[in-house]
Design a protein around this ligand. Structure first.
Ligand code: AMP
Length: 304
């Protein structure tokens, strides 16, 4: 089922305690759409890059069947840049630099072929732009998923709260949930978020898995116990891509299927962190994904 992905497209500079990479392709829209492309089609991407964004990376997205009709390429412009440094505990990272560049004046314009998309995921970008995309749709999607981060929770709080009124599912990490609600307890924080609009809340806890909240249940999914995490950048977006990709593929929004979607999100994130940038999302197979899904089932199974 048609999935519309809006988000940042970036050149990231990343330092981990083990290695570093300069200006690798990233951004929420890239990770989400690459991850979701293993589950559903067509995927329609909306974003902006400058003329410095590597052509090969756009070729990669096209090779995954992602429609780039909604991509704006600003001649002579510089792509959004983000740079971050991970601590020895890879759950902790500092943002060293954020340069909005072509994002500063970005106006997401949806081609006509995008306006009836059945599923919408609003990757982490300015909440004003997220709302503009919702408003440009011809019909209400079956599901609107939204991601955000500290940068917007602090910098555009009022605007974010407005956007959340129109969102069905919010995906945030634990520190973002606490910041958004001023509530240290994650169960209470999720309940507070539900009062802001979303009926589904997912709180990611890095290498400690993710919690899913709906009106009727709480589900706790583990993270895959990897021996080596190379680069956690984009793990949250890769998770979000697997989550919405599975829901768009199955067209089933029951609690039971939402749990499976969280596990597929965790499966994709577990692959994504194995290499720098989007490298690990380039050559996966359905067999790899299914095998890891079975591993997840085994990981949490116990007798009553
Ligand atoms: P994650 O690790 O899932 O939080 O996602 C990291 C990605 O978010 C990187 O590829 C960055 O380019 C992108 N990013 C970082 N800061 C921002 C921001 N303020 N707005 C949009 N995207 C961002």
């Amino acid at each position: 089922m048609s999935l519309l992905v809006v988000g940042s497209i970036a050149l990231d500079t990343i330092e981990t305690p083990f290695d570093h990479a300069d200006r690798v392709a990233g951004g929420s829209a890239v990770y989400i759409s690459a991850s979701a492309s293993y589950f559903t089609a067509p995927i329609k991407l909306v974003g902006v890059v400058g003329s410095d964004f590597p052509r090969a990376e756009l070729g990669f997205l096209e090779s995954r069947g992602i429609d780039l009709a909604g991509l704006q390429v600003i001649e002579g412009g510089k792509t959004f840049r983000w740079s971050g440094r991970y601590h020895y505990d890879l759950n902790e990272r500092d943002t060293l630099d954020t340069q909005l560049n072509v994002f500063e004046n970005f106006n997401p314009i949806l081609p006509d072929s995008y306006r009836k998309s059945k599923y919408l995921i609003l990757g982490n970008i300015d909440p004003v732009l997220q709302l503009r995309v919702i408003d440009s749709l011809e019909q209400k999607p079956a599901l609107i998923v939204c991601d955000t981060m500290n940068f917007w929770i602090k910098g555009k709080n009022k605007e974010l709260l407005e956007t959340l009124k129109h969102v069905d599912a919010l995906i945030v990490n634990d520190s973002e949930a606490r910041l958004l609600t001023s509530e240290p307890n994650l169960v209470k924080a999720a309940r507070k978020i539900m009062k802001l609009g979303p009926s589904i809340v997912i709180i990611k806890k890095g290498e400690h898995g993710a919690l899913l909240f709906t009106g009727n249940m709480i589900f706790s999914a583990p993270a895959y116990p990897l021996e080596f995490i190379y680069d956690p950048t984009g793990a949250g977006d890769t998770f979000a891509g697997g989550f919405i990709g599975h829901l768009a593929r199955t067209e089933d929004l029951s609690d039971h299927n939402l749990k499976k979607a969280v596990v597929y999100g965790s499966v994709m994130a577990s692959f994504g962190v194995g290499k720098f940038g989007t490298e690990a999302l380039k050559n996966l197979s359905d067999i790899d994904i299914h095998a890891r899904y079975r591993d997840f089932v085994e990981l949490s199974k116990f007798d009553e």
